[in-house]
Design a protein around this ligand. Structure first.
Ligand code: NDP
Length: 240
């Protein structure tokens, strides 16, 4: 029998209450990890994981929560910066508030999520950081200039951290999902959804579990020990 080597590893997932984050939490629990998930609300999350209320835009509270997780579960091995929001509009109609909100959660939020855990990772000489990017960050998307900028930005973060952290045996990678069936994509009008589906060679949106498996691969010290600074695209061949 082989395993991904995630048994008893302490792994933190932001936005883990629902959607893609929830699927990541569920899979990591199945793989034997000790999982903490952080979200604005944690009422409906996986009851085999530690749910903590947190806002990724607030670095001070993320630092306090990092201490709490370490006390309750032990030193963190893996961090998945998954929490994200959209405030879509055509570029000329995007307001300063739309820019700030998306940058605060999707870009600064990723930095705020990784930073509080990294010194301890360095000290234990092991760790894996995973950010959830997007097909929009990779190829752009009309109506999503603010969102795409943050999702391209997190690729810059993980590529830089990959170089910075390698000496401590800490890896940093991103997963770039295509269109995935979650509440985030439920707001897409049917006509637009049909048009997008027609562009996807698999002729369907992906499922949250498709992203969870890519994340588990990148977290695994067995499967991806020499993989860092990479972007794994999971998009049904929509953009390659
Ligand atoms: P959802 O909207 O379904 O879930 C997002 C989760 O993040 C929610 O639980 C939400 O909490 C939480 N969250 C939002 N803001 C914060 C915050 N400030 N602090 C902590 N948690 C927060 O999104 P998805 O599951 O679809 O998306 C997950 C990630 O994947 C995002 O980064 C998204 O950009 C990315 N992605 C999604 C794609 C898709 O097609 N679905 C495609 C490409 C990328 P609450 O429930 O309280 O709102």
């Amino acid at each position: 029998m082989v395993s991904l080597g995630l048994e008893d590893k302490v792994i933190v997932v932001t936005g883990g209450n629902r959607g893609i984050g929830r699927a990541i939490v569920d899979l990591l629990v199945e793989l034997g990890a000790k999982v903490a998930y952080l979200d604005l609300s944690v009422e409906s999350g996986n009851d085999k994981a530690l749910g903590l209320v947190a806002d990724v835009t607030d670095l001070n509270s993320m630092e306090a929560i990092a201490k709490e997780i370490e006390e309750k579960l032990g030193t963190v091995y893996g961090v998945v910066a998954n929490a994200g929001i959209t405030k879509d509009n055509f570029f000329t109609k995007l307001t300063p508030a739309d820019w700030d909100a998306v940058i605060n959660v999707n870009l600064k939020g990723v930095a705020n999520t990784f930073k509080p855990f990294m010194e301890a990772m360095y000290a234990q000489n092991a760790g894996s950081l995973v950010a959830i990017s997007s097909i929009s960050g990779d190829r752009g998307n009309a109506g999503q200039a603010n969102y795409a900028a943050t999702k391209a930005g997190v690729i810059g973060i993980v590529k830089s951290l990959a170089r910075e952290c390698a000496r401590y045996n800490v890896r940093a990678n991103a997963v770039a999902p295509g269109f995935i069936n979650t509440e985030m994509t439920q707001v897409i009008p049917d006509k637009v959804r049909d048009k997008i589906t027609a562009e996807i060679p698999f002729r369907r949106f992906g499922e949250p579990a498709d992203i969870a498996w890519a994340v588990a691969y990148l977290l695994s010290p067995v499967a991806s020990a020499y993989v860092s600074g990479e972007v794994v695209r999971v998009n049904g061949a929509h953009h390659t």
